[in-house]
Design a protein around this ligand. Structure first.
Ligand code: 5RP
Length: 233
């Protein structure tokens, strides 16, 4: 039986609380996007306001940045040489090798920038995200608007069914990323060779970023019921 949305919400909270144990005062943190990362940012803000932790952070989306600001977490602007001791982010799917699909919230570009600039990239997830094989969740792409028709053709030629993501609030309009680009969700069903597909997608002009995050996660905190598991690649 699939876990209820209430159970998944509890698991997100549990995973986020467990991830807080990775944080030490003095750290420069990357803050991920999505509902699980939001639980983490809220808990981190509470610890900062209580004077238990002193950290600085950069967020992977405007929404996470607003949440961090509300929580009283000091924010750092992007600059040369800036590295993150720890970034905590969510996932749409993760496989046993800790290969991930991300970008369900449309923040994949900034998420990958921070993941790559982090010494330790930690994933927080509820049990529904852990899968044997990637691909059931449609793979997000961030696409430059001019290139859209050719990107759709190229993805179809790779065997995917690309769907332009529409805005939740105004469903007749396309959704835009924080950078003003379009988002395309690609239905592959099964991604048999994530490394090969990532290389093929990265080679298509107009795709600014693709949602396969490979070889980046150092650990994943996955909550299942009342239990928290720490998975490593
Ligand atoms: C946003 C993401 C999120 O981390 C991912 O969608 C998971 O979100 P949630 O924790 O709400 O399930 O990649 O671009």
């Amino acid at each position: 039986m699939n876990p209820s949305s209430e159970q998944l919400a509890r698991e997100k909270q549990l995973a986020a609380a467990a991830a807080l144990r990775w944080v030490r005062s003095g750290m420069v943190l990357g803050l991920g996007s999505g509902s699980t990362a939001a639980c983490f940012i809220t808990l981190l803000g509470e610890a900062v306001r209580a004077g238990q932790l002193k950290v600085q952070a950069t967020a992977t989306s405007l929404a996470s940045e607003a949440l961090a600001r509300e929580g009283g977490i000091p924010l750092l602007e992007p600059r040369r040489g800036l590295r993150f001791d720890l970034t905590v982010d969510g996932a749409d799917e993760l496989d046993p090798h800790l290969r991930l699909v991300k970008g369900g919230g449309g923040a994949l570009l900034r998420e990958k920038v921070l993941a790559t600039a982090s010494d330790y990239w930690l994933i927080v997830a509820d049990s529904s995200k852990a899968v044997a094989q990637l691909g059931r969740f449609p793979l997000p792409l961030e696409v430059v608007p001019f290139a859209l028709p050719w990107v759709l053709d190229a993805v179809a030629a790779l065997g995917g069914a690309p769907v332009l993501r529409m805005d939740k609030a105004t469903p007749t309009h396309p959704a835009h990323s924080d950078q003003g680009n379009l988002l395309v969700d690609c239905h592959f069903n099964v991604i048999a060779d994530p490394e090969k597909l990532a290389a093929q997608l990265q080679n298509i002009p107009g795709i600014v970023e693709q949602g396969l995050f490979l070889g980046l996660a150092r650990a994943a905190v996955v909550a299942r019921g009342a239990e928290v598991q720490v998975l490593r690649p």
